[in-house]
Write a protein that binds this ligand. Structure first.
Ligand SMILES: [Zn+2]
Ligand SMILES: [Zn+2]
Length: 420
């Protein structure tokens, strides 16, 4: 394992006095300060060669840095080592019995991933591990073989939803350790449809948000489709016209908005040669929304498909194509379903909004958006137990970093071993 010194964090009580020394007396250049809102700290970075010093100034009386200074006085707070693969590093350390503060990496500033080692393991020094921002290419098409199938995780860009709503009753102090919200309280999410290639044809499970959103919605949801589904398909030499089946987990706009597109002001199926497989009961719910579901079901995404005669309705839990089976979870919405893909004795599961990100592998981390959260909880508990015991390859449709992985459990703690 290779680690390089990234920076040394120094907790200061009086920033002006500290600057008088580091900047004026030593003559070092100091970068513009950066606020880490979640930690209520302002960081003044001082580059010193390959590494940096980071003066940490508290911005609230009860922040972790303020408490630290109060208890121990100003001084070295932590050192940060940069590693290439933080998950592999954590697995490696865990296997050697090293006590960790974070069993799983959380999101740091500028898209980095960080995790702390417990000071008792690192001889009294708080050690932060850091993996620099993943290249934007985490949103690339990545392939894996499952028996006779080829599975390719696609992408339709990024968007943002309210962090509180994404984690339901989980307090912000807990979820913001996993993912840092922006100044509007929103967290970064991806849309990752899945391409299944089999001898019976090409299926895409969900199809992203599509291109019909207006400027107001683009702003509200922080939609960034600089790279979208067409790019993703092109990366694997497939075009929209090559898709034979489009399977919907449910009809919410962030999953099925890409089903239709506007051509000369007319809404038409985006995948010209495809059959669109939709659960009948979900169709009924989507076409009869109520106050609580109206914002998520946009008729333009699915109604034109019926007029075009391309919908294949299915009832109940069933095998929609050989090796591809849908199972109703309910919970998120009454007829939300996940997709089991089985071949050669192996199982992959596309979990859609049952486990939208890797942070949601904890049983009670259930979205506030869910219409029937207790139903989500019950299904998820059973499902995750099976996923661990039977080594399902689990796809996380909304995770901005991990597209798929194995859910593992060690000493009662859960984590995801990233595969894609
Ligand atoms: Zn949904
Ligand atoms: Zn969703």
């Amino acid at each position: 394992m290779r680690a390089v010194l990234d920076h040394v964090g120094i907790a200061v009580r009086d920033i002006d006095a500290a600057l008088a020394f580091y900047r004026d007396a030593l003559g070092l250049e100091i970068e513009a300060p950066e606020d880490v809102v979640a930690q209520r700290v302002r960081a003044h970075v001082i580059p010193v060669g390959q590494a940096a010093l980071e003066l940490l100034e508290s911005t609230a009386r009860d922040s972790p840095i303020a408490r630290y200074v109060e208890k121990r006085g100003p001084g070295i707070h932590h050192i940060t080592l940069r590693v290439e693969d933080i998950r592999a590093t954590l697995t490696h350390l865990r296997a050697r019995g090293v006590r960790l503060v974070d069993d799983e990496p959380r999101h740091g500033v500028q898209g980095s991933l960080i995790a702390f080692v417990h000071p008792s393991a690192s001889h009294g020094v708080l050690v932060e591990l850091k993996q620099a921002a993943p290249p934007r290419s985490t949103l690339t098409s990545q392939r894996v073989t499952l028996g006779d199938f080829t599975l390719t995780t696609l992408h339709d860009g990024l968007f943002r939803l309210d962090g509180g709503a994404m984690f339901g009753v989980v307090p912000r102090t807990m979820w913001e350790r996993q993912t840092v919200p922006d100044d509007r309280g929103r967290i970064l999410l991806a849309m990752r449809p899945l391409l299944v290639e089999a001898d019976w044809g090409r299926m895409i499970i969900d199809c992203g948000l599509g291109d019909k959103m207006d400027a107001k919605s683009i702003d509200i949801y922080g939609i960034d489709r600089t790279r979208h589904l067409d790019h993703a398909l092109a990366e694997c030499q497939v075009s929209a016209g090559d898709i034979d089946v489009v399977l919907a987990t449910h009809l919410h706009f962030d999953h099925f908005g890409g089903a239709t597109t506007r051509v000369d002001r007319r809404l038409v199926p985006r995948f010209a040669a495809a059959r669109y497989v939709i659960r009948s009961a979900e169709w009924d719910d989507a076409t009869h929304p109520h106050e609580r579901s109206r914002a998520s079901y946009l008729a333009d995404d699915f109604v034109p498909l019926e007029g075009a005669g391309v919908v294949e309705f299915v009832d109940g839990d069933t095998e929609v194509r050989p090796g591809v089976r849908v199972v109703r979870t309910g919970g998120h919405c009454a007829n939300h379903q996940v997709v089991f893909i089985e071949s050669g004795g192996k199982t992959a599961v596309f979990t859609a909004d049952l486990i939208p990100t890797t942070a949601h592998v904890r049983d009670v981390w259930v979205m506030g958006y869910d219409l029937f959260p207790m139903e989500t909880l019950a299904f998820k508990k059973r499902f995750i137990r099976d996923a661990i015991d039977r080594e399902y390859l689990v796809f996380f449709e909304h995770d901005p970093i991990v597209a798929a992985g194995y859910i593992r459990e060690q000493n009662g703690r859960r984590y995801v071993e990233q595969v894609l």
